[in-house]
Ligand binder design. Structure first.
Ligand SMILES: Cc1cc2nc3c(=O)[nH]c(=O)nc-3n(C[C@H](O)[C@H](O)[C@H](O)COP(=O)(O)OP(=O)(O)OC[C@H]3O[C@@H](n4cnc5c(N)ncnc54)[C@H](O)[C@@H]3O)c2cc1C
Length: 399
């Protein structure tokens, strides 16, 4: 366990404790720390790295080095007035304003932020946990890279790689994998719903479907994964009112077919999806002084807010302002989402971008996407990362 408490100002008071140092939690902490007289701040997270998930595809393909995309907390936070405890929060005493960690620490807080994010959801499909790969952390990306290298370096006839879930993560992954494998394996993209990228902007969806077709990715919509084994997947679909099935041999299966809020059990009151029910000011209903944001928070909004880094970061900025107001005894203000658009990575060196009146596809869109993300990395990294990438235009993977 590592603890580093940041510098405090003025009288010694209990810290604002931020549980989870992902997009929402880290943005809140960094935003609060910008004010010279901020209260003591403590981020608690069991992970040793912040992961900029939208750029994990570039780590997989070797277009970006891991350090830009997943900086260590002990490199990000020192000198910023933010303490970091590498631990997992296991319970909260709301009346006593204390929390307990897996490492046995008992800490007092004056305001609490719950930002625990989401985890993969296997929808109770047998075998997913045992046989499928995830794509959420740096280790996941590096592990998948090793499996892809194995398929590339010692190809066998009829190699097959399947991606379950044709949402943005599944589609972006399938495009990158197609470029990396360059025909050395058949790529199947399996989607239970009627279409890929349901809910995405029409321009991006059309570009993505073209890209999948150009790269010979086999997209099967309306196809449900029923079981995963060490040898492959059992599939099921409806045809003319009849249930059809097939056992498809696969060498590698990546599961991107669902996520759900991490069941933290840290506060009562969740919506049907398991997210903490908050007011528009991001305060958890029934828990004064406790706030939530990001993938684990249900915030009133019409239409429903997407689970995205963009939302979590904007909420982090708003929450920092509301925490200051709360400490000053001022009224809190509601969160307003400013939709900045949608960007999809579509293979090595290509992307599609829709937003702020702009639609763009191809290499120029990829340059825009990468620079947009690199300059949003937290802490001192944006300039270093963007400068490094601009200097060499990103190493291309060998085929
Ligand atoms: C591969 C991939 C690609 C994506 N691409 C995009 C994209 O292009 N654009 C976009 O907007 N969004 C994208 N997303 C979604 C985006 O990453 C999430 O919406 C965002 O991370 C949510 O932020 P968060 O703060 O709620 O949670 P997270 O960023 O997941 O952070 C949660 C943190 O909480 C910590 N934690 C969990 N439980 C505890 C506990 N009990 N105690 C202490 N700490 C705990 C975790 O270790 C983690 O660090 C992508 C996601 C993935 C997986």
């Amino acid at each position: 366990m590592t603890t580093r408490l940041g510098k405090t100002s003025g009288s010694v008071s209990a810290p604002i404790v931020i549980v989870g140092g992902g997009f929402g939690g880290l943005t809140t902490a960094l935003e609060l720390a910008r004010q010279p007289d901020h209260p003591p701040l403590l981020v608690i997270d069991p992970a040793e790295r912040f992961v900029f998930a939208p750029l994990l595809y570039e780590v997989l393909s070797g277009e970006l080095p891991a350090w830009t995309v997943a900086p260590r907390f002990d490199a990000l936070l020192p000198g910023r007035g933010i303490g970091w405890l590498q631990d997992r929060v296991t319970s909260i005493d709301h009346a006593g304003r204390t929390l307990t960690t897996a490492g046995g620490q008992r800490l007092t807080w004056q305001r609490l932020v719950l930002a625990c994010g989401a985890e993969d959801h296997d929808h109770a499909v047998p075998g997913v946990r045992e046989h499928a790969l995830a794509f959420r952390t740096l280790d996941d990306a590096l592990h998948l890279r090793r499996r892809v290298d194995g398929l590339r370096e010692s190809p066998r006839p009829l190699q097959r790689l399947a991606v379950a879930g044709a949402g943005p993560t599944g589609v972006e992954l399938a495009c990158k994998l197609a470029d990396l494998l360059a025909g050395r394996a058949v790529i199947e993209l399996l989607e239970a719903g009627p279409e890929a990228l349901a809910g995405c902007r029409a321009f991006n969806r059309d570009r993505a479907l073209e890209t999948l077709a150009r790269r010979d990715v086999r997209l099967r919509c309306g196809t449900r994964v029923r079981r995963v084994t060490a040898e492959g997947v059992d599939l099921e679909w409806q045809s003319d009112g009849q249930t059809m099935g097939e056992s498809l041999p696969v060498d590698v299966l990546v599961w991107t077919a669902g996520s759900r809020p991490r069941p933290s059990g840290l506060a009562d009151g969740t919506d049907p999806r398991g997210r903490l029910v908050c007011s528009a000011t991001l305060e958890v209903e029934g828990h004064p002084g406790v706030f939530a944001l990001g993938d684990g928070a249900s915030v009133p909004h019409d239409p429903e807010l997407p689970s995205s880094a963009q939302v979590a970061m904007q909420q982090g900025q708003q929450l920092a302002a509301n925490l200051r107001r709360s400490l000053a005894g001022e009224p809190l203000e509601p969160f307003q989402w400013n939709d900045l658009g949608e960007m999809l990575s579509l293979g090595v060196g290509e992307a599609s971008v829709t937003g702020l009146g702009l639609t763009l596809a191809g290499p120029a869109a990829q340059t825009l996407r990468r620079l947009t993300y690199l300059t949003r990395l937290p802490g001192p990294l944006p300039l270093l990362a963007a400068a490094g990438w601009l200097a060499d235009h990103g190493p291309r993977p060998s085929r």
